[in-house]
Design a protein around this ligand. Sequence first.
Ligand code: COA
Length: 574
Amino acid sequence: MPILIDQSKRVIVQGITGREGQARTRLMLDYGTNVVAGVTPGKGGQSVLDLPVFNTVHDAVAATGPIDISVLFIPAGQIKTAALEAISAGVKLLVLVADRVPVWDAMEIAKAAKAAGASFLGPNTLGAASPGHGLIGMIGGRAESAREWFKPPLPGGTGVGVISRSGGMGTSTAYYVGQAGVRISGIVHVGGDAVLGLRIPDVARLYQDDPATDAIVVFGEIGGSQEEELADLITSGVITKPVVAYIGGKAARAGTRFSHAGAIIEGNRGTHAGKVAALRAAGATVVDSFGDVPAAVAQLLRSRSSRSLMTDAERRAVWTTAITRIEPNKVAVRGRDIASLMGNASFGAAVYLILTGKLPDDATGKLMDAILVSSIDHGATPPSCLAARTVASTGAPLSQSVAAGIMSINRHHGGAIEDCARYLRRLTDTARAAKGDLASALDAAADQEIARIKSTGDRISGFGHRIHTKDPRTARLFELAQQAGLRGEPGSHIAAARAIERAVARIGCPLPINVDGAIGAILADMGLDPRVFNGIFMIARTPGLVAHVVEEQTREKPMRRIDPVNHAYDGPAG
Ligand SMILES: CC(C)(COP(=O)(O)OP(=O)(O)OC[C@H]1O[C@@H](n2cnc3c(N)ncnc32)[C@H](O)[C@@H]1OP(=O)(O)O)[C@@H](O)C(=O)NCCC(=O)NCCS
């Protein structure tokens, strides 16, 4: 697990409606950071980049669940209030981007964070990045650049962790070290101010405990004692991973502020010579010129035969994929040897693996199998089947005929799975915002929703069916979901679906959840990204389409007029 930020972390952005807040949130989302909401006082109820905006962090927590990290794109004058609010709402890591934050405010934030067991980066920080996993703040610019510049460790492999007191130079350090063929496990800009949250020694400890970090690279500066404290940690054996460092500000004279507020030499404290001597005495490699950093890191890693170094082919790569690795005589899907998956992982488990990067436990794999089986075919009337058969009847080959069927899977065919999941999420968010007991709030929200639908005549995706009043697949899916640990606790999508069913029953017009709705609720509770739900339907339906196309080609006359309704089943009874 990378340090500070990974995809399991739920992130909010305070100041999301502001200029930088909006621009940087888009970049964080593009990079894959799990940003779940934003906060700007007075702008609750709006949405930015499809994310809900709340008036307070407490509201965001109540509506969306506990938050791990808040990134604050809030000017210095308002930062203290906003940071204290996030800490009191239980947020455990804050990223304070603003510069010129008053020292007293930073000290108050530090005190509150310490009391709450929280920590913060900055103030005056670009934030942190865990290549391949997420970024918080403004490191790396566009997501494509960040992906190209900072190649992450392979699954089970290692990289180099960068710590910097300068934002720009931290990014440059990671970039140039990456250009030398080194994988990057993390980049952390601790901030340029005199009073900071996480400092170099703190971040070094995190890298020390991070199995994906093989060595630490530090861009230090004159002033303060962070580098000397790091040297102490190396000497005392707390940091045992190799450290390569460069200390900026060699030419600065005593009393001169060098670049950042924290980079000032007072008397003999924090001098360039003192820092270099301390680190060298502790055993770190300290280079005299910034340009020597990449070669020093690569040489160190080579001497340790480190897995942080890339092969030439990996270095030449101009884009990366994290799905399947191909080497001579070896294929690994999401880091799992394909030969070991074969015969051990079911198809459902492999679909889950390729979509999420994680191999599911047996019950979840079985549930995924059941979801795929449940949608394998639904007779000759659905648009995908009619499209595939119609195209097949023109003499088109299998691939084109099946593709025609797949192309008809859209918003209104198969799309109910995703629509229903998003709808249930909104219902739960409404119930959370109403506060009080979640189960009762959910029933109340469902009653309101049904009243609204009755008056508007809207349809709810995932409920009711043209043919089935009791869809045979739904009960079985919920039974398997239960076995996989998805018990429909309050707050889950399954609980929201049940609340809608109850609300409809209360007005005496049963509208049971159908198979699409059940799949949507279950996939969402399994933690899958709603953007893949339509794809899961396509994966499930493809065998059915192949069977229909081949039957059309072998049984029927070309160019026949296909009656969408009047056809009969003549297969085995069952
Ligand atoms: C933090 C910073 C980036 C914000 O700049 P900005 O995005 O241009 O500022 P904006 O005024 O557009 O946006 C700030 C938003 O925070 C909101 N805000 C204010 N107090 C808030 C609070 N307590 N909670 C949540 N949001 C709050 C504001 O309402 C505003 O949103 P709005 O425009 O929708 O009203 C800027 O002040 C700054 O410090 N820049 C330098 C950063 C830097 O260089 N850091 C060091 C890197 S090395």
